[in-house]
Ligand binder design. Structure first.
Ligand code: SFD
Ligand code: AMP
Length: 627
């Protein structure tokens, strides 16, 4: 292969993926590692990469302790009830106690945060969310990271982590290729912070044909955080906890600003309130602990996000759709009307464009909502990700093995979507997690834990061959195309993605089956995933761009397999509205008040599953958990 090999040696902290978590990691690594070599490898361009590429209109995680608003304990209570109990409270608390300082820095760096003119505090959207003029959010945090790093490699898609050849289960860097030049990049590093983001486009999206690619989470979120870490043998947690979101139809515009700030509400197709109708039956399924209807009115305890979805999905299935967002009242106020549009112009411009293009004026027409296809990520109302050590001052022994946010692979750290059990971190919390991970990575190096790392030439060569194999395969077999892009010897990345999405949708609880699955379906799904894995060995890439798509697909495949195994393992329906196990339709606290942990053996591909204790470190105070 003609592509050059470019080796970057002697790195201390390698950041793989520089979205919100990665930029936080690079920034903080410089603070604790003044003389350390910090390098970023980013698939796109750091200035506009990741889920925040397009900007955001709110920072969804801010305590406001400085203004006497909230404390981290309450945030843990809120996230815990929203996730039906299943969170890593040590990691959550740790993020929440540091997140405000990250937000204050964003403001210092030039991010315009809105202020409440009466109080001088930041303008609240909801209890936890503050409003921003955030179109340039990503370039602003990128600047801090660029100034901190010794080198930024843009356009390098990281495909694999390098492992230490002298010590089992210790990371040694990463490899990948430049998506423009095709060059092979080798990064030899003492520690790696993986912050390569969550996954869209694993489950078949509602958007098809000309709309394909329109999804809520960024279409370029390829599950690489999970693919890289699973591939290296890191344990994962809560991968069954995929998220379904209520969104404005077809443009996937988020609803938070509307519900919380504009105080809009939903109605069924007949103009009726429908949510509360579903709660009594739902209380039977999940128990009073998670949906105490009477108490929730008194305490303003939040209705968990998944349960709100449940009411939505069931109302539509009962034939009383579509669900509308009642905007016509709020939009009569010119200020709120402006906020409603700005919210999308600064964050999900496609929604504003779609309304304009289809003559939907929310002032005169209540727009339709829908429930999205599931996404696999770990920083919204969901906590998929790696099983990581917590901080030493908070974590019980089962949650602590030396370094904050270190995975079960030595020297391998995570942040943002990469870390499991830490929902409701959002952009600010992900950045904060990056900071915490990088601080711990520096300590790991200073403690001498990275001494004696060796990467063999054999490993570097083997990975190179593996990376470019799809292009080789294409070269060899391209002449055997029978029609269009059909070739008996290979599939291309688009064909592979379609197949993955279809099988995840049908067997693992996507939109076309109303989020329903069961053990039988999951078993078939797993078998089909294995067959797909065999075919992915023969995937063909016509050019470098397709090579990127091929590797994104492989990462999505590894992610999907973990989701399928986890969904099979947890024999209950913990999050009605995210997915249903038809063969175990209730929350089962006696057996399943636990976190799920998986391990994929990198050599054999075999999965082992285990339960881990779900410790409640913060005492319960229902009234303190308000949304
Ligand atoms: O309204 C590789 N998010 C929101 N957060 C908020 O705080 N407020 C909001 O308003 C939010 N909303 C929202 C949000 C996201 C999106 C898409 C929309 C609306 C439309 C969530 C946050 O964005 C999210 O929590 C964080 O960004 C997560 O951070 P992180 O670091 O885990 O992921 P990332 O930012 O996507 O970065 C990943 C980076 O990795 C790169 N990458 N690099 C090298 N090799 C590979 N193989 C790679 N694969 C990926 C990516 O390019 C990227 O830079 S609302 O809906 O709630
Ligand atoms: P979203 O725009 O749906 O991504 O949500 C943004 C923020 O608002 C998140 O913190 C959500 O948990 C919160 N949120 C959205 N809808 C509601 C609601 N109906 N009630 C309470 N919180 C909500």
């Amino acid at each position: 292969m003609a592509y050059k090999t470019i080796v970057e040696d002697g790195i201390d902290v390698l950041v793989c993926g520089a979205g919100l978590g990665g930029t936080g990691a690079a920034f903080e690594a410089r603070y604790w590692g003044k003389d350390k070599k910090i390098v970023i490898a980013e698939k796109a361009n750091i200035d506009r990469s990741g889920a925040v590429a397009q900007g955001l209109y709110a920072i969804n995680c801010y305590m406001g302790t400085r203004f006497g608003e909230n404390n981290p304990e309450d945030h843990v209570r809120y996230a815990r009830i929203d996730l039906m109990g299943m969170v890593r409270e040590d990691l959550l608390f740790d993020m929440a106690r540091h997140v405000d300082s990250a937000v204050h820095q964003f403001e210092e760096w030039g991010l315009p945060l809105m202020r409440n003119p009466k109080t001088g505090a930041y303008q609240r959207e909801g209890r936890w969310q503050i409003m921003i003029h955030g179109e340039s959010y990503k370039p602003i945090v990128a600047e801090a990271a660029k100034k901190s790093a010794d080198k930024v490699f843009n356009r390098v898609c990281v495909t694999h982590l390098l492992m230490d050849d002298s010590k089992e289960n210790r990371v040694a860097g990463a490899v990948g290729f430049n998506v423009r030049t095709g060059n092979y990049h080798v990064f030899k590093s003492k520690t790696v912070v993986v912050a390569a983001g969550g996954a869209s486009n694993i489950f078949k999206p509602r958007s098809v044909g000309e709309g394909a690619g329109r999804v809520w989470y960024a279409p370029w979120s390829s599950g690489s955080a999970y693919g890289l870490m699973i591939g290296a043998g890191a344990k994962m947690t809560q991968m069954e906890n995929r998220i379904v979101l209520a969104r404005f139809k077809d443009g996937y515009g988020p609803v938070g600003a509307y519900f919380l700030h504009l105080k809009t509400y939903t109605q069924n197709g007949m103009g009726e309130e429908y949510e509360s109708k579903w709660f009594p039956a739902l209380e039977e399924m999940v128990g009073k602990r998670y949906l105490d209807i009477e108490a929730s009115h008194l305490t303003h305890r939040p209705i968990p996000t998944c349960l709100r979805n449940h009411a939505f999905i069931h109302e539509v299935n009962a034939g009383r759709g579509p669900i509308h967002m009642v905007t016509m009242e709020a939009f009569q106020d010119p200020h709120l009307e402006e906020i409603g549009w700005h919210n999308f112009l600064g964050m999900t411009v496609g929604q504003a464009v779609l309304w304009a293009a289809t003559d939907v004026d929310p002032k005169y027409e209540n727009p339709e909502l829908t429930t999205s296809e599931p996404y696999v990520m770990g920083s919204h109302a969901t906590g998929c990700g790696a099983w990581c050590s917590g901080p030493e001052d908070l974590s019980p022994p089962e949650y602590f093995w030396g370094y904050n946010r270190m995975t079960t692979v030595e020297g391998l750290f995570g942040a943002g979507d990469a870390v499991g059990g830490t929902p409701h971190a959002f952009s600010s919390g992900s950045f904060t997690e990056g900071r915490l991970a990088a601080k711990a990575a520096c300590k790991y190096i200073d403690d001498g834990k990275a001494e004696g790392i060796r990467v063999s030439e054999e490993q570097i060569k083997r990975r190179k061959e593996e990376i470019y194999k799809p292009m080789e395969h294409y070269k060899i077999y391209r002449n055997e195309i029978t029609a269009g892009s059909v070739n008996p010897n290979y599939i291309n990345p688009r064909q592979g993605l379609d197949r993955l999405q279809k099988l995840m949708d049908e067997y693992c609880g996507g939109v076309t089956v109303s989020y329903m699955t069961n053990e039988k379906l999951l078993n078939i799904g797993l078998k089909k995933l294995k067959l797909l894995e065999e075919d992915l060995e023969k995937i063909a890439a016509e050019n470098i761009h397709e090579l990127l798509r091929a590797w994104e697909l492989k990462h999505r495949h590894l992610t999907s397999e973990a989701v399928m195994h986890h969904t099979m393992f947890r024999k209950e329906t913990r999050w009605p509205g995210y997915y249903y196990r038809g063969d175990a339709m209730k929350v089962d606290d006696d057996n399943w008040h636990v976190l799920t942990v998986s391990h994929r053996d990198p050599k054999t591909g075999e999965y082992t599953m285990e339960k881990a204790p779900c410790y409640h470190l913060i005492e319960d105070k229902p009234e303190a958990a308000a949304a």
